[in-house]
Design a protein around this ligand. Structure first.
Ligand SMILES: Nc1ncnc2c1ncn2[C@@H]1O[C@H](COP(=O)(O)OP(=O)(O)OP(=O)(O)O)[C@@H](O)[C@H]1O
Length: 267
């Protein structure tokens, strides 16, 4: 499907004329873009371009000065982060908050419990439905660990995981919240090439399951090989958007970012 057709399809996420000012400093001047349902979209640009600020607006951690954010047609601009997460917009952080002293399995189970408040009462009362629910959750945790490739590490303490495995656990924790749209903030930072490959394969599998992905990333090899669409920010403005091939040859993008970005990716 062409990029033009993609953009005509009903978007999972629509950012409309968002501006963010921090007491005089314009972090985002005006930003509009759409993330089509079931696709991987990357937001790229030089340091300070406004990418993390955009993530903060989308996930409700920051109110924009102007503009709006729509998730599947619903205006989420003024919702709290937990309401937005409950709608299925789930974020991973550069440093994932895992419980180092708990097992891999329990980390994912805890994340799943955190979203199932209704079942907590049934569990406290030890109702049969709660036992069924517990079994269902354990099956789901095992499925998620299988999905990210951590089954063999299920009983390991999270603190004993290698760096790349901790990233995979971060994804597993995010998947436990049943995301419809998942946002990754620099997921490849600090990963070696084989860990990056493994990470990319998991992200593609997430997309292939119908979950929409929005990525902020500086690793251009990853961005260009994984993305269906790329949106380029520079000084708080979008300077280009389109499929990776078009972005790589766009002179404005090369001037503003890619010359520097490709060097960094090869470093
Ligand atoms: N809470 C804040 N208060 C004041 N200025 C901020 C705040 N957060 C971000 N900024 C500024 O807004 C601009 C955009 O920052 P942002 O972190 O969104 O950029 P970025 O594209 O994510 O950069 P990087 O690639 O380095 O993570 C920068 O000039 C930054 O200094």
């Amino acid at each position: 499907m062409s990029a033009a057709l993609e953009l005509e399809a009903a978007p999972a996420l629509e950012v409309r004329e968002v501006a963010v000012h921090f007491s005089g400093l314009v972090a985002i001047a005006s930003m509009s873009f759409r993330v089509p349902e079931g696709r991987i979209v990357s937001l790229i640009g030089p340091n300070g371009a406004g990418k993390t600020t955009a993530f903060n607006v989308i996930t409700g951690f920051l109110r924009p000065t102007k503009g709006s954010v729509l998730f599947r047609g619903t205006d989420i601009t003024r919702l709290t982060p937990d309401r937005i997460a409950a709608l299925g917009v789930v974020r991973t952080f550069q440093r994932t908050s895992i419980f180092a002293g708990c097992t891999v399995f329990d980390n994912v189970l805890t994340a799943m419990h955190l979203q199932g408040k209704a079942e907590t009462w049934a569990a406290l009362l030890r109702l049969p439905s709660a036992r069924r629910e517990t079994e269902r959750q354990h099956v789901a945790v095992r499925e998620i660990l299988e999905f990210v490739g951590l089954t063999h590490r299920a009983d390991e303490l999270a603190s004993n995981l290698a760096y790349g495995e901790q990233r995979l656990l971060g994804i597993a924790i995010a998947l436990a919240a049943s995301p419809k749209l998942i946002l990754f903030d620099e997921p490849a930072a600090g990963l070696n090439p084989s860990e990056t490959e493994e990470f990319m394969a998991v992200v593609k599998r997430i997309r292939d399951r119908g979950v929409t992905v929005l990525l902020v990333e500086h690793d251009m090899r990853m961005v260009m090989s994984i993305s269906d669409l790329v949106v380029v920010l520079n000084h708080g403005r979008i300077i280009a958007e389109g499929p990776p091939e078009a972005i790589q040859s766009n002179p404005d993008v090369i001037r503003a970012y890619l010359g520097q970005g490709v060097k960094r990716a090869q470093a």
